[in-house]
Design a protein around this ligand. Structure first.
Ligand code: DGJ
Length: 733
């Protein structure tokens, strides 16, 4: 084979060592309230990330930052110095660490990239960096914004400016520089029924890559916390990031050869999903990141504030008090009977429930998991006159009607599948995999999403549905479209489009993103829905951990937290109604049991707990989250109002303590100078074997205590056995 002659433009000048492209030109600065991001635009390359951390004084000068961010060239390293952490690191530019962009042309060329910054436009908190690589034929737009709540949003848009198609294998949404003191990555891991486990991993040399590739993230919620090992809930520096995307994701943190630490967040692309024809562009999901000098709690508060202000969209533009709901699943399962449901509706109304959600089993031949999925018409054997009578009964009590759907799925034994077997995602020639006896519809096909939109939309209007519980109970595997191409990414985009279409057609409609609990609880889904089902595991003991971790990334008011049947369907554990209620009332409260089976005493207590939640939900769903202890035997956490005048805390005993007398509880987020009256609201009594007279006085509000004492000295709670809990209310005097 003869080699093509090398033409002169391919032989550039060798840059003089230590000069040239590395020369700093402009300092770019974004400030939150407590955080600062500094970027240096150098003569060559994309802007370097120089700093992201505690807010810096305004007087910091460009010259000093240029001076301190100019290390000597390492021995045996490159002669032409370039920063290694830019806003988007590629293969090339002396970067040997995990690149944020991997792409190539079909003939293998164009596999390396070397962007030059064309334009940097800053408008207030928002920054747009445009770069191009004329050799590889790429253009990039990187958009960043650091809001007053200290959340940094990042998104990338890559355009193929070449004449051949481009295969993009990876394009990250956000790249972040972390200081060398960070040695622990707190990775979210789990599986179905056990989501949101936070696992600390030691970040030594090399990297930690967390990927989820199934379009349901039970295995890894797309978020991560990072910190020095000494950081706790309320002290020390912490960084956190999460990707707003319901498909595959890849979070990667790497301690590089020269000691620097880089974090990147991006979607996981299957082969071909990032293919770009000439002129086409790939827009990444948005990544969200935050820094706090007040420990992990600070990151949680920043994310919650950002979600409340910017992410969530509510019918009417404002969140109404979250309706307490009853969900039929754990109480009735598939055993649905109209007359019994009517009785449940009446009993629910008497308990103070505000939304009745009819779960799986109401449609087609769906009497179990084997058949009917996809046939979204009410089962005549259960509802001889359709759903309207039930809906009317619910609305007659002033309640809302919620209905369960799993629109992306189909049972092979269904009319829909018999009519359209070609609608499912499948790699032709390979066997079809089922899970829970179901297949996944290719909703990126317009005829499929149109069908779903029309069926659901018609029902929403004719049956008067106020709320949809949108389930999604299996992973995608070998999910090819009709042309045999991977369809994971398009499936997510089609889902978001379908949700938006439904919201537009029915402006009052709320949607819950369920996905077997915890499977689709990310900010991508939350930008289009109003609630996530946190986990199918409703055991209150397990929920202490699940909810605690979830609230580091999500506001509690969008996380479904239910008081459910005992023994628990997943763990078999029996806990008291009071324990279950204490744990559940801090989120979006639901009840998941048959209310007609409750004793009079249980009904009275449950009604009182619901009333308590309603009284407190203004604070619980708008206040500042507090996580107070790392004690494995006990959970103390709560919410404090913006003005620190009121607070409500959960004290939950998980296990026996090793000491004979448990240590005092120390709260957080209070005003040290204020004095608080502490009470245990109804229906609670002071538990414990022998509470002292002083304890009785403190917990009945007779002895007000200062915020300083409550936060630093602490207060002995009454003795609490495992699986017991208290809701503690504080009001400034
Ligand atoms: C999984 C969900 O998480 C449950 O709450 C319930 O809706 C079932 N699916 C119904 O099939």
């Amino acid at each position: 084979m003869t080699q093509a002659p090398i033409t002169s433009p391919c032989i550039p000048e060798i840059e003089t060592a230590g000069q040239g492209g590395g020369h700093p030109e402009t300092l770019i600065r974004l400030d939150g309230t407590n955080a600062t991001l500094l970027l240096i635009r150098r003569r060559a390359g994309l802007p370097e990330i120089a700093y992201w951390g505690r807010r810096l004084p305004q007087e910091i000068s460009e010259a000093e930052i240029f001076a301190v961010r100019a290390p000597d060239s390492p021995n045996n390293g490159p002669d032409q110095w370039r920063p290694l952490i830019t806003l988007l690191d590629t293969i090339g530019c002396w970067n040997f660490d995990m690149p944020g962009l991997i792409a190539a042309r079909p003939d293998g060329s164009g596999w390396t990239a070397n962007f030059e910054t064309e334009q940097v436009a800053q408008e207030g908190r928002r920054l747009v960096v445009r770069g191009k690589d004329t050799v590889s034929g790429l253009a990039i737009v990187l958009s960043l914004e650091l809001g007053p709540d200290d959340v940094l949003t990042s998104q990338a848009r890559l355009t193929n400016t070449g004449t051949q198609s481009l295969r993009v294998e990876r394009l990250v949404s956000g790249t972040y520089l972390l200081p060398e003191s960070v040695d622990t990555a707190h990775v979210l891991s789990g599986e179905w029924g056990n989501e949101f486990g936070i696992e600390p991993m030691n970040l030594t040399r090399g990297g930690i890559v967390v990927e989820s590739r199934r379009n349901r993230a039970h295995d890894h919620f797309p978020g991560m916390l990072l910190s020095p090992a000494s950081t706790s809930e309320n002290e020390g520096e912490a960084w956190a990031a999460q990707l707003g995307w319901s498909g595959g994701h890849r979070l990667c943190v790497e301690r590089m050869e020269d000691g620097r630490i880089r974090l990147s967040c991006g979607e996981y692309l299957y082969s071909g999903e990032g293919d770009l024809a000439p002129g086409a562009e790939l827009v990444t999901p948005v990544a969200y990141a935050t820094y706090s000098s007040a420990g992990f709690s600070g990151c949680a508060r920043a994310f919650q504030a950002h979600a409340r202000r910017h992410l969530l969209h509510w019918p009417g533009g404002k969140m109404k008090p979250r309706p307490v709901l009853l969900n039929s699943w754990e109480g009735s399962g598939f055993d649905l009977h109209e007359d019994q449901l009517m009785r449940q509706v009446d009993a629910a109304a008497a308990l103070g429930i505000e939304r009745f959600v009819l779960d799986d089993g109401w449609f087609g031949a769906r009497r179990d998991c084997d058949a009917g999925l996809g046939d979204w018409f009410s089962a005549a054997s259960v509802f001889p006159n359709g759903l309207r009578p039930l809906s009317d009964r619910i609305h007659g009590h002033g309640m809302e009607f919620g209905l369960w759907y799993e629109p992306e799925m189909v049972n092979p034994d269904s009319d829909l599948y018999r009519a359209h077997p070609d609608w499912v995602l499948q790699t032709r020639g390979y066997p079809l995999w089922t899970s829970r006896n179901q297949l996944v519809l290719d909703i990126s096909r317009p005829e499929v999403s149109n069908y779903l939109f029309e069926v659901i939309s018609e029902q929403v209007a004719s049956v008067r549905i106020d709320y949809i519980k949108w389930d999604f109970n299996r992973d995608l595997v070998e999910a090819s479209d009709a042309q045999g191409r991977a369809a994971y990414r398009r499936q997510v985009l089609a889902l978001y489009a379908l949700w938006e279409r439904l919201h537009k057609a029915h402006p009052g409609l709320e949607i819950e993103s369920c996905a077997s609990g915890g499977g689709r609880a990310d900010w991508g889904a939350l930008a289009h829905t109003q609630r996530v089902w946190t986990s199918d595991d409703t055991d209150a003991l397990e929920r202490l951990a699940i909810q605690g971790a979830a609230w580091h990334f999500l506001p509690p008011e969008v996380t479904g937290c239910h008081i459910s049947e005992v023994p628990n369907g997943i763990t078999g554990r029996t806990t008291t109604l009071d324990f279950r209620a204490c744990v559940a009332i801090f989120g979006h409260l639901g009840v998941e049991l048959d209310p007609t089976h409750l004793s009079a005493e249980e009904s009275t207590r449950l009604k009182a707990w619901i009333a308590l939640h309603k009284r407190l939900r203004g604070l619980l769903h708008h206040g500042l989250a507090q996580f107070c202890t790392a004690d494995p035997a006990r959970v103390v956490r709560g919410v404090v109002s913006d003005d620190a005048r009121s607070g409500v805390f959960l004290v939950a005993q998980r296990d026996w303590v090793s000491a004979r007398r448990p240590s005092p509880i120390r709260l957080s987020g209070l005003d040290p100078a204020k004095t608080y009256r502490i009470t245990l609201p109804e229906p609670q009594n002071l538990p414990g074997y022998r509470p002292s007279e002083a304890q009785k006085a403190v917990f009945s509000g007779k002895v007000p205590v200062s915020g300083a004492t409550l936060m630093d000295v602490g207060v002995f709670p009454p003795f609490m056995p495992p699986l017991s809990a208290l809701v503690v209310e504080l009001q400034a005097v």
